[in-house]
Design a binder for this molecule. Structure first.
Ligand code: OGA
Ligand code: MN
Length: 288
């Protein structure tokens, strides 16, 4: 099946039309979506009022679904083993306390990050389904880490070529004021720090990209502060407006992105209307 693809902005994102994900997709369609993801970092499927079973069936076409194990993200309403809710409200409809573990965990989405870089194997793809949006939803921003890498100087590319970076969920959450005592006791066992290359080569396209995230703590073998300054400098570079697509959410949007060569962040939202996006992810099959 040929996908009806419409590039958005400068062609880092695209909208996929004429498809109903509730009906399920066949192998050819899954392959066409994979091909589209090699070219576009972000795919927007508009008008997809899917349920959990349909979201699960969709992600299973693309690899092993990521298990959501952290108790900080679990509630009765989002108890599904592969999903959690990027939500502003608790199950009873009250606002999530910004100082609770769940509140601090989710608020870290405001930092530029890559989903699942704190795991090994890391996340490959994220699929986010808009289940409930306020009237004026805050956009989500995406950065093109392939274009950002390509725009680096030859000297900088040579300098960072073989660097390895340690990623940790506790590092990104410490930036939001989360202390080790705010986590459930087994969080440290579930999420030990991991090492990933700073420059990744896409297995399908051969294209290189920066691999950064709020979880990126330091560069292996460099003094911590030196590595941290480099990570910050590269993050600033990669998130300049020229590399960014800002997604304005519409009801029933489903947005899918390739975490191996994109970063993203939430933008602030002060309203009290609920905003609930159901998160799911697909892991890489081998360590990166
Ligand atoms: C995510 C995420 C940002 C947002 O779902 O992984 O970072 O705008 N979301 O909610
Ligand atoms: Mn995210």
């Amino acid at each position: 099946m040929k996908l009806d693809i419409h590039p958005i902005g400068y062609s880092f994102a695209a909208q996929v039309r004429q498809i109903d994900l509730r009906e399920g997709i066949d192998l050819q369609t899954a392959q066409a979506i994979e091909d589209a993801l090699a070219r576009f970092g972000v795919l927007v499927f508009s008008g997809q009022p899917i349920n959990d079973d349909q979201q699960q069936a969709f992600i299973e076409h693309f690899g092993p679904p990521s298990l959501v194990q952290l108790a900080e993200l679990k509630t009765a309403k989002s108890a599904h083993p592969h999903f959690f809710d990027v939500s502003t409200v608790e199950d009873d409809g009250s606002q999530i306390d910004p100082h609770s573990a769940r509140g601090m965990y989710l608020r870290a989405n405001l930092l530029w990050h890559t989903d699942g870089s704190q795991a090994q194997p890391p996340m490959r793809l994220t699929v986010l389904s808009a289940r409930c949006l306020p009237a004026a939803p805050p956009p989500t921003e995406y950065a093109d880490m392939r274009a950002a890498y390509a725009a680096l100087s030859t000297e900088r590319k040579a300098q960072i070529e073989d660097m390895q970076v340690e990623h940790s969920i506790f590092y990104s959450r410490s930036k939001m004021g989360m202390k080790m005592s705010d986590w459930t006791p087994d969080a440290a066992t579930i999420r030990p720090p991991v090492i990933h290359p700073l420059v990744r080569t896409n297995a399908r396209t051969g294209a290189k990209s920066l691999y950064l995230a709020s979880h990126a703590s330091h560069v292996v073998g460099l003094p911590v502060e030196t590595g941290r300054a480099l990570i910050e400098e590269l993050t600033e570079h990669a998130t300049q407006p020229r590399f960014v697509y800002s997604h304005a959410w519409q009801p029933d949007d489903l947005v899918m992105w390739d975490d191996s060569w994109t970063m993203h962040r939430a933008t602030p939202y002060a309203g009290s209307e609920p905003r609930v996006l159901r998160w799911s992810g697909v892991r890489e099959v081998a360590p990166v």
